[in-house]
Design a protein around this ligand. Structure first.
Ligand code: AVI
Length: 328
């Protein structure tokens, strides 16, 4: 098992991450205190996220899965499969959802090459070895690293038409306007004929949304609190997770779930590797995540402002989720 981040503080220490240390210092110096949700996904956090995706309350993953399963034939037709293209997936993870499209493309004798991109080298290696046995006819060229490094590399090394996949509603986890900046940046690497399929979580009954981020079994709370444990492991901090509380709420006007870790009392935490201390007041929040929910109008407007046209929107019967195909 290559996914070997220790879950106890007595295990092997992960390599010191300067960017994490700097972001923690800067985020805790501000008011309100913040920490980027990108730090959720260490080994322990990624395992907890896998559990979140299985929760009865967490509808996005299973809904997107059903959209892809039911509409796979129609979706891949929009990729113009008989004309060679690179299928580039940003944040491929375990590729479970993508395999539905990959199987369909192979069955349709599509002319393409699959290029999964992930920040985790372990995820890319595991996906490549799974694909080579499960779909031996598939040509896969994995890329480990940052999305924009990958797009830059592609521009130089893989000229030709591209279809980009950005599934799973990761688009919703940016700060305000971060979704627009991200799509505008992607657009710079695309040419006429290129397309991008993006997963969006749709606005719905606010109670359904709120529950998805505050499940009864406490897995999402553990996922949020893992940030404190990660700082203990990697930055030598002495957070007591029991002294913080997971709090989350959905604002139906802004269309965003905001998650926090709230300090239950006045306390001071020492970061022994950073020679640094941070104080928290009783009930002071640390903002740890945004999860934006979209209306169809917001999606079309976002596409337009980023230089795309909405070609097709694939949704489920309840209109909980949408995979949206934008063309340049
Ligand atoms: C990864 N991302 C789309 C998830 C979401 O729903 O915003 C992360 C998550 N946070 C709490 N639960 C799931």
């Amino acid at each position: 098992n290559t996914n070997a981040t220790p879950e106890t503080e007595s295990g092997t220490k992960p390599a010191f991450n300067t960017e994490f240390a700097d972001d923690v210092k800067a985020g805790f110096a501000g008011s309100p205190k913040t920490l980027s949700s990108k730090y959720f996904y260490d080994g322990a956090g990624s395992k907890l996220f896998q559990q979140i995706m299985e929760l009865p309350e967490y509808y996005p993953t299973r809904t997107e899965f059903s959209i892809l399963k039911k509409q796979k034939a129609e979706i891949i037709n929009f990729f113009n499969p008989s004309d060679f293209f690179h299928l580039v997936e940003l944040g491929s993870g375990d590729g479970l959802k993508t395999k539905i499209l990959l199987r369909q493309l192979l069955q349709a004798k599509a002319r393409f090459e699959y290029i999964p991109v992930d920040i985790s080298g372990d995820a890319i290696n595991q996906l490549q070895s799974a694909l080579s046995s499960e779909l031996p006819d598939l040509k896969t060229v994995g890329f480990t690293g940052d999305y924009f490094k990958a797009l830059h590399w592609l521009k130089r090394n893989k000229p030709g038409r591209k279809v980009v996949l950005f599934l799973g509603s990761n688009i919703g986890n940016f700060e305000d306007n971060g979704d627009l900046k991200f799509l505008q940046e992607i657009r710079k690497y695309l040419s006429p004929q290129d397309k991008i399929l993006v997963g969006f979580d749709l606005q719905k009954d606010p109670r359904v949304i709120r529950q998805a981020y505050d499940d009864a079994s406490g897995v999402t709370a553990a996922f949020n609190l893992n940030l404190l444990k990660r700082m203990n492991r990697e930055l030598g901090a002495n957070f007591e997770p029991e002294q913080f509380e997971h709090f989350t709420d959905y604002d139906p006007i802004a269309g965003v779930v905001k998650s926090y870790l709230v300090s239950k009392r006045n306390q001071t935490v020492t970061f022994s590797y950073l020679n640094h201390t941070v104080s928290f007041k009783a009930w002071e929040p640390i903002h740890t995540e945004n999860s934006h929910k979209y209306s169809v109008d917001m999606i079309k407007e976002l596409g337009r402002k980023s230089g795309f046209e909405t070609e097709q929107l694939f949704t489920d019967e309840q209109h909980y989720f949408a995979d949206v195909l934008f063309r340049v």
